[in-house]
Design a protein around this ligand. Structure first.
Ligand code: PMP
Length: 356
């Protein structure tokens, strides 16, 4: 979805790196996270200050190969090495399907997946809770389910950007917050995420994890991402240089609004499907009052159909079943972010099911 915008930017985001540059492992030896390129760190801070979605003052920034690596680094960093049994990792269902897979992949002695946070709360045992807001797959805005005493909270704020949901008037101020370039600008293949971390020890242990797993993070990626984030911020703050194009978040917000309108239109006339409804909120960044328009549609097959994924497959629509997300097969997750042609084709096919 974002490709068209970045294509319009032409050479503004082109980065040229001569062969002799950026050879060393090190980026900034004085920084706790010594493989963070200062340019990338500065671009992150500038963007958060522009949008107002997260506090960056008095925080450590840890860069990772996607927030996927940071998720693993954070599990390592917050679990205690001497515990007699692995700590439980939970998230309210429906949750991001990679959480259980990543958590249990290496059968760690430090942590283990324990499923739905709502069910776990009653057990009153210590845990790590993943709070994803807005949530993947259902787009809901969330708060922790277990309390601070019971759980160590990790906030995955991958989708907390103004094209998807309204930004609150007070920036997010949690102990551990994860972000990713993938969902901010669309550059998923650049494989970069960042964590904003309050506690020095946790930031240090996350850094240790990344050193042991990959001895840092690609500098080329960081420089490219720095450039893209700078141009993003410039598109809002330096409008004179961008005569022909809209600021990035205005463009993306409008596109998401258009797609959700198309999607709700296709679903509305039917009694076959339903979509979640979201409350309206005033966005402190854009000033718009709007209901969330998430990156994924959490579509429910109403009526008799029990397996929504195979029902839609029969109509040439490929989706991911709700059962991967700790929920029922009556739900499926559908991406709202593909290229225009693909999205339009999906809407046409969905609407065609309605009318038959
Ligand atoms: N967290 C959530 C909630 C996600 O949806 C995704 C991507 N699907 C990620 C993390 C991983 O992002 P990255 O590309 O930075 O590894």
């Amino acid at each position: 979805m974002y490709e068209r915008y970045w294509r319009q930017m032409g050479d503004k985001t082109t980065v040229v790196i001569p062969g002799w540059k950026f050879i060393s492992y090190f980026s900034d030896k004085r920084n706790l996270c010594w493989f963070l390129e200062p340019e990338f760190g500065n671009a992150i801070i500038r963007l958060h200050k522009l949008v107002g979605n997260a506090v960056t003052d008095d925080r450590y920034i840890v860069v990772g190969t996607g927030s996927t690596q940071l998720f693993q680094a954070v599990l390592y960093a917050v679990s205690s090495p001497n515990a007699s049994e692995p700590i439980n990792v939970v998230s309210a269902a429906p949750f991001y399907s990679s959480y259980p897979l990543i958590t249990d992949f290496l059968k760690s002695g430090l942590y283990k997946w324990a499923g739905d946070a709502h069910k776990f709360k009653k057990e009153n045992k210590p845990c790590i809770e993943l709070v994803t807001s807005p949530n993947n797959p259902d787009g809901s805005s969330r708060q922790s389910v277990v309390n601070q005493k019971q759980g160590i909270l990790i906030h995955d704020l991958a989708y907390y950007w103004p094209q998807y949901t309204s930004i609150s008037s007070s920036p997010a101020d949690h102990d551990i917050m994860l972000f990713t370039v993938s969902k901010t600008t669309g550059h998923a293949g650049t494989r970069l995420g960042w964590a904003l971390v309050k506690d020095q020890e946790i930031a240090k242990k996350m850094t240790d994890f990344i050193v042991l797993s990959t001895i840092g993070v690609s500098k080329e990626s960081q420089l490219r991402a720095a450039k893209i984030l700078q141009v993003l911020s410039d598109s809002h703050q330096n409008k004179g240089h961008f005569k022909e194009s809209q600021p990035f978040f205005d463009h993306s917000y409008n596109l998401m609004a258009k797609r959700w309108k198309q999607l709700r239109g296709a679903v509305k006339t039917s009694k076959l499907f339903s979509l979640p409804e979201f409350p309206h909120g005033r966005c402190a960044f854009s000033g718009h009052t709007f209901a969330s328009q998430p990156a994924f549609a959490w579509l429910k097959c109403e009526g008799e159909t029990e397996d929504c994924e195979s029902f839609l497959r029969d109509h040439n629509i490929l989706t991911r079943s709700g059962k991967h997300f700790g929920d029922s097969a009556k739900y499926v997750r559908i991406s709202v972010l593909p290229r225009d042609e693909l999205f339009d084709q999906f809407i046409d096919r969905l609407a065609a099911i309605n009318s038959t």
